[in-house]
Design a protein around this ligand. Structure first.
Ligand SMILES: [Zn+2]
Ligand SMILES: [Zn+2]
Length: 301
C-alpha cells in the first residue's frame, strides 16, 4: 500500500481527512489532518525499519495553542487515551505517552488538566514478516492519531445518528479555526478505530462483512455498538474498546436499538436462530458444531 492508499484508509477509519507524504530517502511517511495550518498543528511520522515500524507524534514549531486545547480535555479523555493504548497493545504494539515528561498513567487528573506544556507520543510494532499491505504502518499511525484526536474537540462518545457535518475547533490564539467536513459518528472515532482494530469488521451477530460485499467502497467499515448504553453509564467515564464495544452491521445494529435497553448480541443471535434459514448460517459463523464433530482433547479437563 502506498502513502496515498494508507492516507485514504486512515481517513475512512477515523472519519477525518488525512493526507500523507513519503520521503524515500529517510524511509518515513508523514501523515497530517488535511487543512491543519503548518506551524500550529501536528504530524504523525512513521518510519519503517527492517524489524519494526516506529511512529512519532511531531508537534509543529508553534504548537502552544494546540497544547492549550489538549490541556482543556476532560480528565476522562486522558483515561480514554490509556484505554485505547491498551487495546492496540493487545495487538502487539507498544506506546509511550508522556505529558510534561511523565507517563500519562502516572499522572493524576489534576496534574493533567489545563497544564500541558509538553506532549509526546511514540509507538512501535515488531514486523513479523514483510507486509505488502503495510497493515503495521496503518495500525501504529491509527493509534497515534486516535490518542491526539481523543484529546481534541473532534471526538465525543454519544449516541446520536451518524451525520455529515463540519467539525470545528480553534487551536490558535489568533482565532484560527480548524474545520473539517467529516462524518459525525454515533461513536467516538478513536474508540471505533480501536474496537475495529481489535475485533475486526464483521458483524458479531450475523458475520456480515462490508468488505466482502462492497469491496473497496467499504474497506474497514462497520458500525460499532456500545454493550453498555452510553446514557446509563452514570457520568463520563472511559470506554474499554476490547470489552465494551462490538462491531455490528447496519441491520443488526438497528435491531439492537429497537428496545431500551438495547438487545444484546446474544439475544439477537438467538432471535436469528429461530429462523430456520439463518440457523445454519449462524452455526457456521459462531462455530457451533453438531454432535459428531465435537472433539474433546484428552488433556482438557
Ligand atoms: Zn449483522
Ligand atoms: Zn448502538
Amino acid at each position: 500500500m502506498n502513502a496515498n492508499a494508507l492516507a485514504r484508509a486512515l481517513s475512512s477509519a477515523l472519519s477525518l481527512p488525512i493526507t500523507a507524504k513519503s520521503d524515500a530517502r529517510t524511509g518515513t511517511t508523514e501523515f497530517r489532518l488535511e487543512g491543519m495550518s503548518r506551524p500550529h498543528g501536528f504530524s504523525i511520522v512513521v518510519t519503517q525499519l527492517l524489524s519494526r515500524v516506529k511512529a512519532e507524534l511531531q508537534l509543529d514549531r508553534l504548537a502552544a495553542d494546540l497544547l492549550r486545547v489538549i490541556g482543556e480535555a476532560a480528565p476522562e479523555r486522558w483515561l480514554q487515551v490509556a484505554e485505547i493504548a491498551r487495546a492496540y497493545e493487545s495487538l502487539g504494539a507498544q506506546f509511550q505517552i508522556l505529558v510534561n515528561g511523565s507517563s500519562v498513567d502516572a499522572l493524576t487528573s489534576k496534574e493533567l488538566t489545563g497544564n500541558v506544556r509538553t506532549f509526546a507520543c511514540t509507538g512501535s510494532l515488531m514486523r513479523t514478516s514483510v507486509d505488502e499491505s503495510n497493515s503495521d504502518v496503518f495500525m501504529v499511525s491509527e493509534a497515534l492519531f486516535s490518542f491526539i484526536i481523543c484529546l481534541l474537540p473532534l471526538d465525543a462518545d454519544q449516541e446520536t445518528p451518524p451525520e455529515l457535518g463540519n467539525v470545528d475547533f480553534t487551536f490558535a490564539s489568533e482565532g484560527q479555526k480548524y474545520s473539517v467536513l467529516a462524518t459525525k459518528y454515533e461513536r467516538s472515532r478513536a474508540n471505533r478505530a480501536a474496537a475495529i482494530a481489535v475485533h475486526g469488521n464483521s458483524c458479531v451477530v450475523c458475520q456480515f462483512s462490508f468488505d466482502e460485499s462492497y469491496g473497496d467502497l467499504a474497506r474497514g467499515y462497520v458500525e460499532v455498538h456500545h454493550l453498555v448504553p452510553v446514557s446509563s453509564m452514570g457520568g463520563a467515564r472511559p470506554v474499554d474498546p476490547i470489552t465494551e464495544l462490538v462491531p455490528l452491521c447496519a441491520n443488526c445494529h438497528r435491531m439492537a436499538h429497537r428496545r431500551w435497553p438495547p438487545y444484546t448480541p446474544q439475544e439477537l443471535s438467538e432471535a436469528r436462530m429461530h429462523s430456520a434459514s439463518t440457523q445454519k448460517h449462524f452455526q457456521q459463523c459462531v462455530g457451533i458444531v453438531s454432535e459428531p464433530d465435537i472433539r474433546i482433547s484428552p488433556t482438557e479437563s
